[in-house]
Design a protein around this ligand. Sequence first.
Ligand SMILES: CC(=O)N[C@H](C=O)[C@@H](O)[C@H](O)[C@H](O)COP(=O)(O)O
Length: 226
Amino acid sequence: MTDLVDGLAGRLVVSCQAYPGEPMRDPRTMSQVAQACVAGGAAAIRVQGLEDIRATVAVIDVPVIGLWKDGDEGVYITPTLRHALACAEAGAHIVAIDATSRPRPDGSTFAGIVRGLKERYPDVLVMADCGSVDDCVRAESDGADIIGTTLGGYTQDRNKTVGPDFEFAQEAIQACTRPVVVEGRVHTLEHAAAVMRLGAHAVCVGTAITHPSTITGWFAAAVRGS
Ligand SMILES: CC(=O)N[C@H](C=O)[C@@H](O)[C@H](O)[C@H](O)COP(=O)(O)O
């Protein structure tokens, strides 16, 4: 399984997610987007929801990072062991889990979820979705295989930067011995290259590749001259 992490070194991960009520929120559609991203060179695909995980695992031959978003505030990315086990059961090779110390709906902890998941699925890896350097350091000692900067700017710990939080990325990379995947508001080719130069293991891009409404909005605003 270390091979799986090694295989992401210096590579692009693409997050394929459509949000509630959006036209592309359909597992088949997301799996097709994932296929297109793999054809373009994505080394792994990150997908949300059990149906999307199943549909995507069935059609691509690169690792799938699965998560289950439940709700939209507090801890909502794979918040409990039940959610994590379901992602693994659906076929995720890596399960992404909120690794903040915020309270979880069932009172559990990140460490407990990692332990429970690895007991049942020893080959499944854990990506720790972190919002601060403290989260990253704690997640490592709690057994995370990959550290993600996913939640930087989405918790109380850090302001939301325009574009990636380079400072967080740099500090996380310095503080961690596990591989750090920089994720969150990587919107341009320059952003992606810059985070790799900081020493990221890989970069994960979502919106700028797979969310056409947002990308269209960027262009529409540019065309309007705003
Ligand atoms: C904070 C949160 O819930 N992030 C989610 C995590 O799975 C997704 O909504 C993001 O799209 C993903 O992290 C990729 O980031 P970006 O779309 O900025 O490239």
